[in-house]
Design a protein around this ligand. Structure first.
Ligand code: FUC
Length: 809
């Protein structure tokens, strides 16, 4: 339950002096009565037609490991699905002449020499073209592979499309269940689809409002790039084999149950006739293991069999209840309401009408739905025990996906996880941490082979096979700051959750390893300052030494690692890091037209609309720039951001929401959200680059949270960037650094009340919109809490676990 509910309810029943068990009952009852108010809006994506197009119209369902897409055709429904570990490439790949080599040349000392030569050339020339550098340092790679389509469940129904009425296809975000329903010849049919995390299966139920009406033929099909063994027995279809490219085993099986009617087996399908209800589960697995350097584990087929056997005695309702319980304890933690009304419009219509002048309530409904969709998509594509959300989350129908649906680490993977802490989904982070941890070993080889450095690093992109090496694409391949950037997520996890054990055991070693790399790899210039060289501002301009984003990211890493070293009492390392930090250029310069310089030299092109604005890293996700602490730099960031404009890819707009929020400009942040919805959003609300890329969805949800609550630089800022178009609303269950959970309600564009709870005893500093002066804090019993008000902030001592209420005086 969020602090608002707790706080209000405790205050309400406290005077009754009830016994503890009666008190709990009373709380539960009141909670049940009050909950609907926080989730008033229906949170469904609605289509009135079957999907014609996978990318723009299918409804995605998933459990982190498995992702399926609901098309809902009336006669032949195809439920295509993917599983995160089915990839071509990697060890054993037959692609290319060389096979798979992690993207690395031989460790014969040659590469560091080539690198030294480029560093020398840069010192002399000041700039080098990406093509020139790529010729010296880039490398064609082989066996990189791609995320794969797994298989498709084909359901053939003997329906006549001409007779169909009231067709509806929905995805209920509150339940993570997709439904297709329609009336054919007077019978209402319904199909329900979900992917269970607790049971690790895709579940589909087919039913009707009359008995003996379900007739369906079920089959499983898969792609051509693999061997196939199909077997049918005991109401089960099993399909298994190996990928031709790398020999990776895959296995999937569909187990069907039916009430009444009959079932017969053909050579490749199960045919059910005149049943009252049919439901089936699908499991899928590979023999992938996240283990360098072999990446192979136990056989695939037994894993699938085990999963299905475990469900032999479960009913559909049991599976559904388990799924709902698991999903809702994550999803229902946050509610967000802008008092919108979808007015019975389906989602494509809502999206199409977005921004037209007479549809304010509809626009608000769409924005809130879009926010929730980001949380839904992250829960569905990132759960413990599997790989992190890739460029398409978990959904994929291709054998060669756009950008291989891999992990790009010059923004995309990081953006996927910005919302995880702030929107109270910390449980979605283990896949990211497990994955990044698994990159350390190959990343150490990369550090040694390419840079002759200790520690670990990676460059632009990685796959599920520990690729930490090079590609040859001139304008993107050089991104050695990637490891440092991923390390930030470990530190943030500590800041948000105050989990010292995690800090000690996982975050610090990881951060220290990334730091070690830079302690070796940084170059000293003639003035004795440390620079990254060569350095490349993502996908923009020339190669130089010390581009702003390189310096900012490395500075950020060293700075936070030093703080952690201090906290954990590792003085030796702290001193080593501080010595370098003292001479490390932080990458923060204001240039001739007032901009934040993207490079050391003042050469920024005012007219560049490039999608990357990585030189604003220090504004977001970093925090070296802030409106309050460094107003001149914040102003320069504003100038740069204005120059970059409002266009470009979905993820670029999503990042700009976050940037504008950090600049406390709610209207500009909202404008970027509007641009994203108008020009970079498909009918199923998937973000499009184009093509579909999940980062924009997830980054925009993070941005909306950032508009309503910020907590960097030791201050919790309530409604920092509230746009004029959101005069009323409420959000509950947001998280702030310091392990604080908050609910906010606002009216007439002003914070009305807020409730918060802190995990630990601590002194909290709050800023409320522009000033905290007009607010008071009371505890759960309604007693006023002593406050210190200064510089527009309000400070008080919060007791662990207690609820506090802020209200206007
Ligand atoms: C980065 C971006 C591209 C794209 C790719 C997957 O390299 O610059 O726009 O999103 O990742």
């Amino acid at each position: 339950m969020s602090p608002m509910n707790h706080c209000a309810l405790i205050a309400l029943v406290q005077p009754l002096k009830l016994k503890p068990d009666v008190l709990i009952l009373a709380l539960l009852l009141l909670c049940a009565l009050t909950t609907p108010a926080t989730q008033a809006q229906d949170l469904s994506i609605v289509f009135r037609t079957p999907a014609q197009d996978w990318e723009s119209e299918s409804l995605p369902i998933g459990n982190g490991a498995l992702g399926a897409n609901v098309m809902g055709a009336i006669e032949t429904d195809e439920l295509q699905f993917a599983e995160k570990t089915l990839w071509t490439g990697g060890p054993g790949s037959k692609a290319g002449k060389e096979g798979y080599d992690f993207g690395l040349p031989a460790d014969n000392g040659l590469y560091p020499k080539q690198l030294a030569a480029v560093q020398q050339q840069l010192t002399t020339a000041g700039q080098l073209t990406p093509e020139f550098v790529a010729k010296s340092l880039g490398r064609d790679y082989s066996g990189y592979g791609s995320y794969q389509n797994f298989a498709t469940v084909k359901m053939r129904f003997p329906h006549k499309t001409v007779d169909v009425r009231e067709y509806q296809r929905t995805l209920d975000l509150k339940r993570a269940v997709a439904t297709v329903s329609y009336i054919e010849q007077g019978v209402r049919y319904q199909r329900d689809y979900f992917v269970s995390y607790p049971d690790q299966v895709i579940v589909t139920r087919l039913h009707a409002d009359q008995k003996a009406k379900i007739n369906v033929e079920l089959s499983l099909i898969t792609a051509e790039n693999r061997s196939k063994v199909l077997s049918l027995q005991d109401n089960r279809i099993s399909l298994s084999g190996t990928l031709k490219d790398n020999g990776l085993q895959y296995a999937t099986a569909l187990q069907v149950r039916h009430n009444n009617g009959s079932l017969r087996q053909t050579a490749n399908s199960l045919v059910i006739t005149a049943a009252d209800e049919v439901w089936f589960v699908v499991a899928a697995s590979t023999n992938y293991r996240q283990h360098y350097p072999d990446y192979r584990g136990g056989a695939a087929l037994p894993q699938v069999d085990k999963r299905l056997s475990a469900l032999r005695t479960s009913s559909y309702q049991q599976l559904l209840q388990k799924h709902l319980q698991d999903y809702q304890q994550l999803f229902a933690r946050v509610s967000f309401d802008l008092q919108g009304q979808a007015a019975n419009l389906d989602t494509p219509a809502l999206l199409k009408g977005y921004g037209s002048s007479n549809s304010k309530a509809q626009d608000r409904a769409l924005e809130a739905l879009y926010f929730h969709y980001g949380r839904y998509l992250l829960i569905s594509s990132s759960r413990a025990g599997s790989l992190p959300a890739n460029l398409q989350g978990v959904w994929n129908k291709y054998d060669v996906a756009p950008w291989m649906s891999d992990y790009h680490v010059n923004i995309n993977l990081q953006m996927n996880y910005w919302l995880a802490e702030s929107t109270n989904l910390t449980e979605t982070l283990p896949p990211l941490f497990d994955f990044v941890d698994s990159l350390v070993q190959p990343g150490q080889r990369t550090a040694k082979t390419l840079f002759n450095a200790d520690g670990w690093t990676l460059l632009l992109n990685t796959n599920i096979w520990g690729f930490t090496g090079l590609i040859a694409w001139p304008t993107a391949f050089w991104q050695p700051e990637a490891a440092a950037w991923t390390a930030r997520h470990y530190y943030e996890h500590y800041l948000f959750n105050q989990d010292l054990q995690f800090l000690k055991q996982r975050a610090y070693p990881l951060m220290l390893g990334a730091t070690e790399f830079w302690l070796d790899a940084l170059q000293k210039n003639q003035q004795g300052n440390y620079l990254v060289s060569p350095s490349y501002s993502p996908e923009h301009g020339q190669f130089t030494a010390g581009a702003a984003m390189s310096q900012q990211i490395v500075f950020d890493l060293l700075h936070s690692t030093s703080k952690v070293a201090e906290l954990l009492g590792d003085q030796a390392n702290q001193q080593r890091i501080e010595q370098v930090l003292a001479k490390l250029d932080p990458g923060l310069r204001v240039g001739s037209w007032g901009q934040l310089q993207e490079w050391q030299q003042d050469i920024d092109d005012k007219s560049s609309k490039h999608r990357h604005a990585s030189h604003l890293y220090a504004l977001h996700p970093g925090d070296q720039i802030s409106v309050f602490q460094t107003p001149e730099l914040a102003e320069a960031a504003r100038v740069s951001l204005n120059a970059r404009g409002e266009g470009h890819t979905g993820w670029s707009k999503a990042w700009k929401i976050n940037f504008w929020a950090r600049l406390l400009d709610g209207n500009q942040a909202h404008q970027m959200l509007a641009e994203l919805l108008k020009h970079s959003t498909l009918s199923n609300l998937w973000d499009t680059h184009p093509p579909f890329q999940i980062d924009g969805n997830l980054g925009a949800t993070a941005g909306i949270a950032e508009m309503l609550l910020q907590s960097h630089q030791q201050t919790i800022h309530l409604l920092p960037a509230l746009p004029a178009s959101w005069p009323q609303g409420q959000i509950t269950g947001l998280r702030a650094r310091g392990a604080v959970t908050l609910d906010l309600q606002w009216q007439n564009s002003e914070l009305k009340t807020a409730q918060l709870q802190s995990k630990n005893n601590q002194s909290l500093t709050l800023r409320i919109q522009n000033s905290a002066l007009h607010y008071q804090v009371t505890d759960a019993e309604g007693k006023s809490v002593p406050l210190i008000k200064q510089d527009g902030t309000l400070k008080f001592d919060a007791v662990a676990g207690q609820f506090y209420r802020l209200s206007r005086i």
